[in-house]
Design a protein around this ligand. Sequence first.
Ligand code: FPP
Length: 246
Amino acid sequence: MPPPDAKPRHIAITMDGNGRWAAARGLTRVAGHKAGLATVRMCIEQCSQRGIEALTLFAFSSENWRRPAEEVSGLMTLFVEALDKEIDELHAKAVHVRFIGERRTLAVRLQARIAAAEERTRANPGLRLQVALSYGGRWDIVQAAQKLAQQCSSGALAAGEIDEERFADALSLAGLPEADLLIRTGGEQRISNFLLWEAAYAELYFTPVLWPEFALADFEAALAFYAGRERRFGASASAPARRVGA
Ligand code: FPP
């Protein structure tokens, strides 16, 4: 049996189900996203308390721009308000906050909050929190390829020197451990263009619970699922595998 405290170093979460939660209550979709903020707080708190190194939250995908304008602008306002409201608390908890995604597509006022939050928490030694905004795993791979191609055309890098490590270093999450546990709420069982590279060996935990209702017990259930997994990273069942926590 793995030790009961076997824990992931990096948790990634697709926070799905806000819209359905709101619709079931006759509320707007934006009200659902607002309700989801309480779950965000709980997960950050839990990861901080448990000494989990990194938490990456999928808050707005490259594809989410296709949503109705009202929902998109409601979400952008919510991100600005959430940052204004939460940044003191995050800083007090020594959380190191970073945003990944196509930043130039975001509203200028949001870009300003993001830059200020990153600057303020840059030296914090606690939880590494990544918020993915206007992010897509394919976008990230393409921007990494462009970066490396530029280095090749300037003569700083030879094409043959590009290996997995160098490629990973050009991605938005460079320097972080790869995702160990990917949680998706809301019942869909898809990756949906989240951490395509970094989740290559992640354990996948899908739950029908809608994000605003994802409670401490649900978070603990995801950790228990992870603690029971045997991670082989491509090795065969008979070869020495690494049981989580071993
Ligand atoms: C997906 O649910 C959720 C989103 C697109 C937004 C998630 C954002 C938050 C919870 C706010 C987080 C804020 C910060 C600062 C981290 P959905 O709308 O697709 O739900 P549905 O599948 O039920 O329609």
